[in-house]
Design a protein around this ligand. Structure first.
Ligand SMILES: Cc1cc2nc3c(=O)[nH]c(=O)nc-3n(C[C@H](O)[C@H](O)[C@H](O)COP(=O)(O)O)c2cc1C
Length: 204
């Protein structure tokens, strides 16, 4: 199994979501089923915002791209190649200001490419990155799971499904800003959930 860990915490590897992502990858590695791990740290190596010129580059014929557009497409292609090579995606997902980190959104904007990661068909869009699993480690200061205020879960599921990744499991660490006791309990619970999911079908 090839694993791609994507961190999007502004604290880099020190973020709670990144630490849980690391725990998940370690647990996967302990099964002996992991062949390769790649870490994409969006804080250390941010993806720029999508601009009109960058988006036009995705749509342009290769021979018509400016040098800047060629570079933009090459960067997007590299991110997509990395994603395509992964069997399992381990995504660290902080909540910032009621949404996903803007760095993660910028990343998504560069891997959603018509004709590359999805295509339009008569029956609607079809994702092309099939046969993958994703585990999402959602770290939040408050508590949102299962409520209409959880802006992240449906969005992440929709995005991943759009590019063909249908098998998505969420692990939540909530209430991290609600005091030491709740924080420790939430992290303990998330680590236990990771242990259970790695022991079950993910390691198969
Ligand atoms: C800039 C910023 C905005 C935040 N906004 C929210 C929020 O809207 N809701 C929430 O529950 N927690 C919020 N938090 C708390 C984070 O979700 C919490 O610290 C979590 O651990 C972040 O993940 P990380 O540690 O991996 O960065 C925010 C934290 C920061 C730094």
């Amino acid at each position: 199994m090839n694993v791609l860990r994507i961190d999007s915490s502004l604290h880099g590897a020190d973020g709670a979501s990144s630490r849980l992502a690391a725990t998940c990858v370690e647990a996967l590695c302990a099964t002996g089923a992991v062949h390769r791990v790649v870490v994409r740290d969006l804080a250390a190596d941010p993806v720029p915002h999508l601009t009109a010129e960058r988006f036009a580059a995705f749509l342009a014929k290769p021979e018509e791209r400016t040098p800047a557009q060629q570079a933009a497409v090459a960067a997007s292609d590299a991110l997509i190649d990395e994603l395509r090579a992964a069997d399992t995606i381990v995504l660290g997902l902080p909540m910032y200001n009621f949404g996903v980190p803007s760095k993660l959104k910028a990343y998504f904007d560069h891997v959603a490419r018509a004709g590359v990661t999805f295509r339009y068909t008569a029956s609607g869009p079809q994702g092309l990155l099939t046969g993958k699993r994703a585990v999402v480690l959602a770290a939040r200061g408050g508590r949102y799971e299962g409520t209409p205020r959880d802006t992240q879960t449906a969005y992440i599921r929709d995005f991943l499904r759009f590019v063909g990744i249908e098998d998505v499991t969420f692990v939540y660490a909530e209430g991290l800003a609600m005091g030491e006791g709740p924080r420790e309990a939430a992290l303990r619970g998330a680590r236990a959930a990771i242990g259970r999911l790695v022991a079950e079908p993910l390691a198969a």
